[in-house]
Write a protein that binds this ligand. Structure first.
Ligand code: TA6
Length: 294
């Protein structure tokens, strides 16, 4: 293991190990929770608070290779969410290794880990702006993710983004999402129209909706596991809810044909009319705060 990564280890609490595909992964085993965060994409793939079942879903068929996002966990979508000028969806930072800035244990026992990635010649070829992006995880009985983008260019830039979080459910057909009643969403594939959300979101087919102009806290209700996963947020005005259902699952080479039954994405987003414009030197932080209730 890279000694520069090992220098961040906290004995008995946090340790960099070699994961699948030879990718470095930070393994957190504190009294409050366990987690796994890959340097690749600064992507969390596992979080289990003490006394709970795992909360974050990762596909058993995920690939772990440079240039490809890990399927599941929390892919970081930046500097665009969705399609962009014929380039791969969801930007490029989820497909590459990030730097590790710090790993510390807080007074309450939570473990905080900060990852960083910056623009360079290769990113400028895809998106002609300079930036520094930092992602700080605070892992404990709750999971907090702070994604901060700084404009280090001499001109303003506009970006869209997502903390594209995959959650475990026992059976998507019996789960539902509350909190977005009365908001409007852009559906897939025609994102041009705004449609009203009435009541909870149930899953009886593929659901791929970008809810806009909403700061709402969402709750993923799982009657089978008898738990509620609460997804609160700050600095985010869009929320995407996604379940690929049967056909899309079969079309994804890194996702099990039946895995759609065990996951729901509730994503903390700024996209479409909620894209973020940053002045030179300005920063914007998007926070997702995940907790579990019986
Ligand atoms: O967030 C929903 C979505 O935009 C869907 O359209 C689907 O493409 C999903 O993201 C996964 O995208 P990915 O590029 O990770 O396969």
């Amino acid at each position: 293991m890279n000694p520069a990564l090992q220098a961040h280890d906290i004995p008995g609490v946090a340790k960099f190990e070699e994961g699948p595909g030879g990718l470095a992964v930070l393994v957190i085993t504190s009294a409050a929770a366990e987690a796994r965060i890959f340097v690749h994409g600064a992507q969390l793939t596992h979080w289990r608070p003490e006394g709970e079942e795992p909360v974050i879903f990762t596909s058993a068929e995920s690939l772990y290779q440079e240039g490809k996002a890990i399927r599941g966990g929390v892919p970081v979508c930046f500097p665009w969410f969705g399609p962009y000028e014929g380039q791969p969806a969801h930007g490029f930072v989820r497909n590459k290794s990030w730097g590790v800035e710090a790993v510390t244990q807080l007074a309450d026992g939570s473990v905080q880990a900060t990852f960083v990635t910056k623009s360079d010649e290769s990113t400028r070829a895809k998106w002609p702006h300079d930036f520094v992006a930092r992602l700080t995880y605070t892992v404990g009985a709750t999971l907090t993710m702070d994604f901060e983008v700084e404009n280090t260019s001499a001109a303003p830039f506009k970006y869209s983004e997502a903390l594209h979080t995959y959650f475990v459910v026992a059976d998507a057909r019996q789960a539902h999402v509350t909190g977005l009643d009365g908001t409007e969403y852009r559906d897939f594939p025609d994102r041009s129209k705004l449609l009203p959300q009435n009541g909870p979101i149930h899953f009886t087919e593929e659901v791929d909706r970008v809810y806009v102009n909403t700061k709402a806290t969402c709750v993923l209700e799982d009657p089978v596991m008898q738990r509620r996963i609460v997804v609160a947020k700050e600095g985010s005005d869009s929320t995407t809810v996604w379940n690929p259902w049967i056909a899309k699952s079969a079309a994804l080479s890194d996702f099990g044909d039946d895995e759609w039954q065990q996951m729901v994405c509730i994503e903390t987003v700024n996209a479409a009319e909620n894209s973020v414009t940053l002045a030179p030197g300005a920063k914007h932080c998007t926070t997702a705060r995940i907790s579990v209730e019986a």
